[in-house]
Design a protein around this ligand. Structure first.
Ligand SMILES: Nc1ncnc2c1ncn2[C@@H]1O[C@H](COP(=O)(O)OP(=O)(O)OP(=O)(O)O)[C@@H](O)[C@H]1O
Ligand SMILES: [Mg+2]
Length: 112
C-alpha cells in the first residue's frame, strides 16, 4: 500500500476528485494548505492576480492506494491537475504500513 500526497491548485480540486472517483478511488482526505515551490511563492498568479505573498494557497490531497493502482492514480492526478503553468504542484509517495477500517476492524489492501 502507498500513501499518496498530492499538492494541487485549489481550482483543480473537483476535477481531480471526479477523475479519481471514475477510477474507483474509494476515499481521500483534503486539506487547505499554503506552500511555496522553487519560485518562492512570489511570482505565481492566483485568481487572476499576481500573488504578492511568500505563501500560495494550495490543496493537499492524501490518498491511500493499493500498490497495483498507484500508477493509475498518479497518471490521473497529473493529467487533471496540470495547467502547464508554474505552481501546478507535486505528488509525493510513501510506503503505507497498514490501513484499518475502524467500524469493522478489517485491515489491509481490501479496505482501499
Ligand atoms: N519539496 C517540497 N516539499 C514539500 N512541499 C512542496 C515541495 N515543493 C513544492 N511543494 C508544495 O507544492 C506546491 C506547489 O509547488 P510548485 O508546483 O510551485 O513546485 P515547483 O518545483 O516550483 O514547480 P514549478 O516550477 O512547476 O512551479 C508548493 O506551494 C508547496 O506547497
Ligand atoms: Mg513553483
Amino acid at each position: 500500500m502507498k500513501w499518496v500526497i498530492a499538492i494541487i491548485k485549489p481550482h483543480k480540486l473537483n476535477e481531480v476528485r471526479s477523475a479519481l472517483e471514475l477510477i474507483n478511488v474509494q476515499g481521500m482526505t483534503v486539506s487547505t494548505v499554503e506552500g511555496f515551490g522553487r519560485q518562492k511563492g512570489r511570482t505565481e498568479v492566483y485568481r487572476g492576480a499576481e500573488y504578492q505573498y511568500d505563501w500560495v494557497p494550495k490543496i493537499k490531497l492524501e490518498i491511500a492506494v493499493k500498490d497495483e493502482t498507484l500508477d493509475e492514480v498518479i497518471e490521473t492526478i497529473v493529467s487533471t491537475a496540470k495547467t502547464n503553468k508554474i505552481g501546478d504542484g507535486k505528488i509525493f509517495v510513501v510506503n503505507l504500513m497498514q490501513a484499518i477500517r475502524i467500524r469493522t476492524s478489517e485491515c489491509g489492501n481490501e479496505i482501499l
